[in-house]
Design a protein around this ligand. Sequence first.
Ligand code: NAD
Length: 373
Amino acid sequence: MKELGIGIIGTGFMGKAHAFAYRAALAAFPDIPVPRLEMIADVDAASAAKAAHQYGFARSSGNWKDMIADPKIDVISITTPNTLHKDMALAAIAAGKHVHCEKPLSPSLGESLEMVEAAEKRGVNTQVGFNYIKNPLLKLAREMVEAGELGEITGFRGIHAEDYMHDPEGPWTWRIDPSGGPGVIADLGSHIIGMARFLLGEIAEVSADVRTVVKSRPVARGAAERKDVLVDDVARILVNFGRGCGGTIEANWIATGRKMQLGFELTGAKGSLVFTQERLNELLFYKAGQDPRTSGYTKIEAGPQHYPYGQFCVAGGHELGFNDLKTIEMGEFLSAIGKGQTSGPGFREAYEIQKVVEAAIDSSKARNWVKVA
Ligand code: NAD
């Protein structure tokens, strides 16, 4: 069976998640090319060496460029801060590697377009880390929308709120360095905008309020010196979808108490769906027209009837987790490479999501509706 040599750049939160996923992908999806864990790199060479030992990679490096010329590596995962994505991706693409890059694709639309065009010209596969839509219940939700089970869609209320930036004494990190692009609207907003597009298709226009709430942060935890924050903490966006319905989307990283409120309420003439990542194995379905005495939301529980849940566990109710979604993502990516097909969302879709982000920022500045170009 075909093998694919894997390289991961970065050993932080996402580096570990990618490593878990590549290790588990074959166990879940037996027909994919065998992922061969070749090299993990980090600017911190000791951390790379430790990660190679822990995750079972053959080699480690303190210099990501070592991966680019390595003929044993076919696929590169980029899990570094956003400012670094473009150079790493362009180098990998030029060397003919398939690239998985974490979201957001890059700090700006122009840079992302460069990445899209380079990948399409070179004919390599790309994938971007929109892991949450890999949930089998989200696929079910999309199928229900497409099959007309909810009737004409009348509205979408989406949110991605967490609280990892709520403390004004929380120090400066790469996430708020403006050279990395916008703030929460790109960091979390890209997930919920991507989810909205996955379920309902293109967003045609937006009217947004995008604001910075914590105006300055210490340069390091406990430091007296502070730096002005130039990126957004909260984005509230009115959206109109190309299909005709309207909705709202919020991205918020100062939502004190919230750890993973990524979800939506989707209403249609014949029914509604409610989802939150906090209970990712449940999808609530309300079907209109039932006996009013007994009608209400039905809880659909994830089980082996929702492919690919059964690839992980034969029994319903045992539940998938975040790393399983990442494994589905990698399984689809490697499978597509093996078959010479494309998976998704790739660079092109990440670019389309970024267009919505940029339109919302423009709208907030102009205090006006803006078309998503
Ligand atoms: P992190 O800070 O935990 O890890 C970043 C890693 O990159 C660190 O190990 C750091 O040492 C390494 N690094 C920095 N500069 C480097 C260089 N020049 N060469 C090699 N390695 C270098 O960050 P994270 O939370 O893992 O985020 C990384 C990316 O993943 C970001 O783009 C972020 O938006 C994205 N992300 C995605 C999700 C998701 O759900 N898909 C969740 C969190 C983060």
